[in-house]
Design a protein around this ligand. Structure first.
Ligand code: HDD
Length: 714
């Protein structure tokens, strides 16, 4: 039988993975022992109607394997999607780091990236209001390097000691396991309202950052401060950034809620389809470098993970590009079994004493032991380094490697002393020699006490529309909280950040902002501590606002991969459909024909046009823009279709670009768009079929500043 020809991709990790792939094409069914199976339909029985026999090893093997298919989901970040790609460096960073993949511009480093939500279970919706994980595994020639970040540059807490508390508070409540993938409940806000150190992160997770349009349109951050070490052993502090080439964009909360019902796999599907369409997602890797001598000059403590370095203070230097160009072959084998760990580093990169990072360094390997079930999880194909692995670690569940030789200890003579320790000149890793002279204490530095300055900076930096979204998010979340004292305490925290914000949230809740918040506001303090020492310090703004913190930048990054819905019915004017489609496809957009029924639509010339989705199987919230081609019969039919009218109104409500052929005015006139149709082109309505302006409008993503006037019942 002909063996299927396998094309081996030209990337070292892909070639390595290929060895483990199973290709079922043109093969015969077998048991796990390689025995060919003749009947996969019937169990072995004592007679036609008799009981099944214990002897049936084929049935037993099949059912036993099935019974054990599940592994525990990740305790956090359970819901995710991944893809393969490459990282290409622009210019050598040798002045900062000796890491080879950051020195060598000639080699593209293979990567695997997994995006995720944090709180929800594996089957939860992609559109939960939540931070997103952004974890990158670089398969470098010096070993795996994992940059395990989020789409938000700061974190809720300052010390890993509080991580289990935070996660217990945000996860579904333990007595009835509700709500799923949501922070809008009492235990989360109870905890947050007692922990003012979370104030900055709360601004971010209540902002549009927490409901991205796509994984491809979100920024990524390493969050913790790391160190880069150069050949001379000199250290620089570094913050890592990923900047999406398509720009950072969000959906509206009303959309997020609807997408969760219409397509809970929205982000996963978006990533998958973009890669299948060869519209490869791209990010630039940026670094903010702080010289060791400047550690204390920025007005923040670099070891405090609730702080970012404003780009106005330290610019982000772009040093390379990440491109995701291959979908996984098997979700479980790759996306589920991939095991990230901030402690997977290479020479030239090192940690700092950030107490959150220090705790992370323990947690990730530990969790893989229960999730993947064995200390041999590094042998799972997706986790294997492309550099050679030699050590004396042995055995354990599911060991794959066949270690040869008599010795599994060091020093030895029987094995010739192998494997040898690597000298520094041979790439041996050595930790950065930081001098430490201190008492052993459980405490927190007073430099960690500024909880509100950057929360205010973030709020100040939002556009008017973004501030409104943030306020509405807090009204929604706290509106779902049942215990009034928790809401009032939160209003106290918000009033520390911005009085008007607190008042606007309070108005939505029907509560008053407390004049003088309870003291000490911080209840997350040690039993014998002096509360005054833990009191948050007064706001001190180094800069008033930072442009990089807003996503509402009115920048046009093109419309590649943007999804445009074409609303049509039988009798559509084929020419206007074709012209508009060609113009959009030329710019890289994705066009889908949506009609009242499936199959084909007959155009005015009697030709058949395939339908991609029906009004029943899709929804406006799954698209970036809408076009309505001409054709009197098509327009007349859509005018009679409440779902078509709803589709248009909803697109309008979510401030997306809408273009239409002049024939479509009869349809537009029965929608809420009609009352705004005389507005100029800056309003995202192109009812005179102006394709050029429409394309520019889609590129702007949304017209958020018109949201209030477009809040139509749709
Ligand atoms: Fe974590 C998973 C990111 C703090 C403990 N974390 C996990 C993932 C991401 C992050 C992206 C998913 C990786 C994947 O796709 O498999 N975590 C962060 C960031 C943090 C952070 C950016 C703050 C700077 N995490 C953090 C702390 C602890 C953990 C403080 C514990 C002390 N994180 C874990 C974990 C997980 C995890 C329990 C669950 C699944 C896994 O590790 O592999 O170990």
């Amino acid at each position: 039988m002909a063996k299927k020809k396998v094309t081996i991709p030209d990337n070292e990790k892909q070639q390595e993975l290929e060895r483990d792939k199973e290709h079922p094409e043109d093969t015969l069914l077998t048991t796990n022992q390689g025995l060919k199976i003749n009947d996969n339909q019937n169990s072995l029985k004592a007679g036609e109607r008799g009981p099944s026999l214990l002897e049936d090893f084929i049935l037993r093997e099949k059912i036993t394997h099935f019974d054990h298919e599940r592994i525990p989901e990740r305790i956090v970040h359970a819901r995710g999607a991944g893809a393969h790609g490459i990282f290409q460096l622009y210019a050598s960073q040798e002045k900062y780091t000796k890491a080879k993949f950051l020195n060598d511009t000639n080699t593209a480093t293979p990567v695997f990236v997994r995006f995720s939500t944090v709180a929800g279970s594996r089957g939860s919706s992609d559109l939960a209001r939540d931070a997103r994980g952004f974890a990158v595994k670089f398969y470098t020639e010096e070993g795996n390097y994992d940059l395990v970040g989020n789409n938000i540059p700061v974190f809720f807490i300052q010390d890993a000691m509080k991580f289990p508390d935070l996660i217990h508070a945000v996860k579904p409540e333990p007595h009835h396991e509700m709500p799923q993938a949501a922070s809008a409940h009492d235990t989360f806000w109870d905890f947050i309202s007692l922990m003012p150190e979370a104030a900055h992160m709360i601004m971010w997770v209540m902002s549009d950052r927490a409901i991205p349009r796509s994984y491809r349109m979100m920024e990524g951050f390493g969050v913790n401060t790391f160190r880069l070490i150069n050949e001379k052993g000199e250290a620089h502090f570094v913050k890592f950034h990923w900047k999406p080439v398509l720009g950072a964009h969000a959906v509206a909360w009303d959309e997020a809620l609807k997408i969760s019902g219409k397509d809970p796999d929205f982000h996963r599907r978006d990533l998958w389809e973009a890669i299948e369409n060869k519209q490869y997602p791209e990010w630039e890797l940026g670094i903010q470098i702080v010289a060791a001598a400047d550690e204390h000059t920025l007005g923040i403590d670099l070891l405090d993970p609730t702080k970012l370095i404003p780009e106005e203070q330290v610019p982000v230097e772009m040093i390379g590009k990440l491109t995701l160009n291959r979908n996984p072959d098997n979700f479980f084998a790759e996306t589920e079994q991939v095991a990230f760990h901030p402690g997977h580093i290479v020479p030239g990169i090192d940690f700092t004493n950030d107490p959150l990072l220090q705790g992370r360094l323990f947690s990730y390997t530990d969790t893989q032991l229960s999730r993947l079930g064995s200390p041999n999880f590094h042998e799972i194909p997706i986790n294997r380094a492309i550099s050679a692995v030699h050590n004396n670690q042995r055995d354990g569940h599911m060991r794959q490697t066949i270690n040869t030789g008599r010795t599994s200890y060091q020093p030895n003579t029987i094995g010739g002393g192998c494997p040898f320790q690597a000298k520094l000149s041979e790439g041996g890793f050595t930790s950065y020699e930081e001098r430490i002279d201190a008492h052993k204490i459980r405490d927190r530095s007073e430099s960690f006490s500024d909880h509100f300055s950057q929360a205010k900076l973030f709020y100040n930096s939002q556009s008017t529309a973004e501030k409104k979204h943030l306020t509405d998010a807090l009204r929604f979340e706290l509106g779902k909280v049942e215990i009034t004292a928790i809401k009032t305490r939160m209003l106290g925290i918000l009033s520390q950040i911005d009085r008007l914000l607190a008042e606007n949230v309070a108005a939505g809740l029907g509560l008053e902002v407390p004049e003088q918040p309870e003291k000490p506001i911080n209840q997350g303090i040690p039993a014998d501590a002096d509360p005054e020492k833990y009191e948050p310090t007064p706001i001190h703004l180094i800069i008033e606002s930072s442009a990089a913190l807003s996503m509402d930048r009115k920048e046009n990054k093109g419309i590649v991969s943007r999804k445009v819905a074409f609303l049509v019915a039988d009798g559509v004017d084929g020419q206007s459909l074709e012209d508009a489609r060609d113009a959009l496809l030329d710019e890289g957009a994705v066009v889908k024909v949506i009609a009242p029924h499936g199959g084909f639509i007959r155009n005015a010339d009697g030709e058949d046009i395939p339908v991609d989705h029906t009004l029943l199987t899709t929804a406006s919230v799954l698209f970036d823009a809408l076009y309505i081609p001409g054709g009197a019969a098509s327009i007349a039919a859509l005018k009679q279709d409440p779902d078509a009218i709803h589709f248009i109104n909803e697109t309008f409500r979510h401030c997306k670009a809408i273009a239409a052929h002049p024939d479509a005015h009869a349809l537009i006139n029965v929608t809420y768009v009609a009352s705004h149709a005389d507005k100029n082109k800056d309003s995202g309505l192109y009812l005179d079929d102006d394709m050029e302006a429409f394309i520019a409008g889609i590129g702007l993503h949304r017209f958020w500043d018109l949201e209030e006037e477009r809040k139509v019942p749709a």
